[in-house]
Design a protein around this ligand. Structure first.
Ligand code: SF4
Length: 167
């Protein structure tokens, strides 16, 4: 199956701080979760993608948060600069890739203003998380694409096993 994965989870240094969030090297995951992640990488066709870089933002860049999660969306960085257009473009580019390559499942980084599928920071740059989706995750979900985050590897793994059995 084709799966789009946030580039930072694959170890690419695309985060705002120039670092990555590689699952393989992070202590937050058990050995079993890392093993399942490696199986997912080996058994599927992986597309690495970073919406924010695709939307024209640099590495490194000032961290950004969603100020308005409803239309009209508003995303600003820590310096107060409006980066909404970059975030919307990144979301559109991600959806375009999914549609053109027939990708129906994605694994995105949690809590990101682009990739988060359950929680995002509240827009005050105080580290407080609230329920909500990043702009890319939201657009993909609205278009029927299944979105998992890195703490849902077990769920993604089981889903893929079920899909393979039913083939
Ligand atoms: S936009 Fe997504 S892929 Fe890019 S660094 Fe942020 S969380 Fe990772």
């Amino acid at each position: 199956m084709k799966i789009l994965i946030s580039s930072c989870l694959l170890g690419e240094d695309v985060r705002y701080d120039g670092a990555n969030s590689a699952i393989a090297y992070t202590n937050s995951f058990t050995f079993s979760e890392k093993e399942k992640f490696m199986d997912i990488l080996c058994e599927n066709e992986i597309y690495s993608f970073c919406p924010e870089v695709s939307g024209g933002l640099s590495i490194p860049r000032a961290p950004a948060e969603i100020i308005s999660a409803k239309k009209p969306f508003m995303v600003k960085n820590e310096k107060g600069e409006d980066v909404t257009v970059n975030f919307l473009l990144g979301a559109k580019n991600t959806l375009d890739l999914c549609l053109s390559e027939n990708i129906k499942v994605v694994l995105l980084k949690s809590n990101s203003p682009s990739c988060g599928n359950e929680k995002i920071y509240d827009g005050t740059f105080s580290g407080k998380l609230v329920e909500g989706e990043g702009l890319t995750a939201k657009l993909l979900l609205e278009n029927g694409i299944l979105v998992f985050n890195e703490f849902q590897i077990n769920e993604l793994y089981s889903f893929l096993k079920k899909c393979n059995k039913s083939k």
